[in-house]
Design a protein around this ligand. Structure first.
Ligand SMILES: [Fe+2]
Length: 201
C-alpha cells in the first residue's frame, strides 16, 4: 500500500479561464505528485504507524520525530491538494440554504465572508493556504496556515481551502495574488463545501 496521486475530477482545462490548463498540469502532475512521493518515502521508514494521514496529522506528536516534519510538509501537502481539486468545478454551484444561513450568521453576509476569506488569502505571507473551517465549537471560522500545515492539526475541520503558494497562480496571474483569489470564487464547488460542512458540524 502506498498513497496514490488522485486523478483530477475534471479535465485539466475545465477551469479555464479562471485557472489555466498549464497551471493545472504543473500543480497536479508535478507539485502534488512530489508531495505524494515524499510522504510515501517518509511513511516507508515507519510502517508501524500506518498511512492514515488525517489521523496522524490530527495528532502530530504521535508521529515519530525523525519523519514528523516530513509528514507535516508532504502528508499535509497531499491532503490539502487532494481536497483542493475537489473544491473546484466548472459547474455553477451555490451554497445550500443551511450553509448560506450559517455564513450570514457568522460573517454578516456572503460578501463579508468573501472579504474575510480574501483578506486571509491575501495577507498569508509567503506560502500557505486560506481556509473556511468548522472549529472545535462547531462554528464557521476563516483562518490561514503556513506552508502545507493543515487545519486538522489545530483541531479544525477544513470545508473550503485555497492554495496561495505561488505555484498555484504564477503562470497566469504572475505576482497578482488578489486576481487569482477573485477568480477562485468563480470555480468553487459549493456542493463539495456543503458535503464537508454537513459532515463536520
Ligand atoms: Fe499547491
Amino acid at each position: 500500500m502506498a498513497i496514490i496521486l488522485p486523478d483530477l475530477p475534471y479535465a485539466y482545462d475545465a477551469l479555464e479561464p479562471y485557472i489555466d490548463a498549464e497551471t493545472m498540469h504543473l500543480h497536479h502532475d508535478k507539485h502534488h505528485q512530489t508531495y505524494v512521493n515524499n510522504a510515501n518515502a517518509a511513511l516507508e521508514k515507519h510502517p508501524e504507524i500506518g498511512e492514515d494521514l488525517e489521523a496522524l496529522l490530527a495528532d502530530v506528536e504521535s508521529i515519530p520525530a525523525d519523519i514528523r516534519q516530513a509528514l507535516i510538509n508532504n502528508g499535509g501537502g497531499h491532503l490539502n491538494h487532494a481536497l483542493f481539486w475537489e473544491l473546484m468545478t466548472p459547474e455553477k454551484t451555490a451554497p445550500s440554504a443551511e450553509l448560506a444561513a450559517a455564513i450570514d450568521a457568522t460573517f454578516g453576509s456572503f460578501e463579508d465572508f468573501q472579504a474575510a476569506f480574501t483578506a486571509a488569502a491575501t495577507t498569508r505571507f509567503g506560502s500557505g493556504w486560506a481556509w473556511l473551517v468548522v472549529n472545535k465549537e462547531g462554528k464557521l471560522e476563516v483562518t490561514s496556515t503556513a506552508n502545507q500545515d493543515t487545519p486538522i492539526s489545530g483541531g479544525k475541520k477544513p470545508i473550503l481551502g485555497l492554495d496561495v503558494w505561488e505555484h498555484a497562480y504564477y503562470v497566469k496571474y504572475r505576482n497578482v495574488r488578489p486576481d487569482y483569489i477573485k477568480a477562485f470564487f468563480s470555480v468553487i464547488n459549493w456542493n463539495k463545501v456543503d458535503e464537508l460542512y454537513a459532515a463536520a458540524k
